[in-house]
Design a protein around this ligand. Sequence first.
Ligand code: ADP
Length: 260
Amino acid sequence: VSLTISPIKDRDGNVVGLSKIARDITYKRNIEIKKNEFIGFVSHELKTPLTSLRSYIQVALHKAKKDEQEFICQALSRAEMQTKKMENMISDFLSISKFEDGQMKINPGRFDMANLIRENLEDARIASAKHVLVYIGADEAYVYGDQEKLSLVLTNLISNAQKYSPNGGTITINCQQKNQHFFISVSDEGIGISTADQKLMFGKFFRVNSEQTKFISGFGIGLYLASTIISLHQSSITVESEPAKGSTFSFHIAASTETV
Ligand code: ADP
């Protein structure tokens, strides 16, 4: 409880009493503590190795180029691109001010969502070979949105689908146009989420606390960030899920009205 005590004065400025205001700040303090722990972890544990990883990759890339081993070059430049992307994301998204509600902004433009999905699926295949990753949709899907932030949404949803399907299975990304919108969904055949947890899972720092999830690492901000980004695109993420069967996360994005 935070207690504020202030003097009550009469017209002549004489103190005639004291006012006491008590506020329960436990919830706010817990969020603040979790946020600080998280930011501390990201800056010390994650950013430092990422920076050195990038410089090792740069050296390897340089050497591989000399040997003309094309496939090594390709893999390494992808890896370098990813680490750079992560570094940028960490600096960008996790600065405290932007992390606060209502502070994040989007920079929308026209881009091909189908292409972005294929790129994200390719990265997910490289990250883990355990799942079958399938894209169902048009070859081209021109939308109007913030490509970088929507890529983060796809990355979060696809990596969650992988993380929370420990026994493998198929992960399907669907992208279909209906009227002026593209409807996108990410489905998995994983552990699923109870109806009670489905209501809470988009909240800041929320993680399901179960036997199945206790060995899966995370901070509970991926879905919070994803839903914030999608709501800035005048849409929302919905979830359909059944424990032990799997989950589907869906959202829609406006089709680009420009023709090129
Ligand atoms: P994190 O994965 O880092 O904990 P998220 O915000 O991405 O954080 O997800 C919040 C919680 O929702 C997770 O801890 C997990 O319990 C649950 N969850 C998210 N995606 C899935 C999924 N595809 N299948 C089952 N549970 C999920």
